[in-house]
Design a protein around this ligand. Sequence first.
Ligand SMILES: [Zn+2]
Length: 205
Amino acid sequence: MMQLRFATTLSAQQYVRQQAWKDARLDSCPLHPKGGCGFARHGTYPRKSPPDIKIPRWYCRKARQTFSLLPDFLASRLSGTLIEVEDVINKVENSPSQEAAAQNMRIDTEFAGVLRWIRRRLFLVRCALSLLTELLPFLPAGCSISSFRSTLGGKYVLPQLRIQASCYLHMLPPPLGFGPRPVAKKLKKSRFQHQTGTDPPVKRL
Ligand SMILES: [Zn+2]
């Protein structure tokens, strides 16, 4: 499934209340803009969080590919909203350690699971921020939420970046972008190595 941006200023609550997935439009197939490929609306699919949310979906018969339009407030390939992800990262940045931040978070899960849950978010968001500092020269060099907040202003930066970096979403990792997940080991070795095509091919727009 290929994810695309559903540009909207609605909050998660407004989107659900208005059932705004019904208003989503994708007039032509992203792969075959001239048509003739049997491109059509393909219903919706639910996500666990926020409750009652639905994501609109399309299908290209020729490419056997589904497309979904992800509203701007939503995290890609992680549960919940970008604001919820940012709250987690911000809590870690303002805690003496990841372990301290993990206290009182997600009491439904064992402690080691909470730590993994936190680290996955930290790793992915920091990858996205560090890529963005190279793509957009006005951004700060440090890849922390707090340095981005002081540069961009506003309470939350991840929802702003979804919009401001919209032309790079295909290469940014989730939960901010719609690109592939980075591989931890390779990224540590060298980013250049990462770029030379050791990843499996990913369909890009
Ligand atoms: Zn098509």
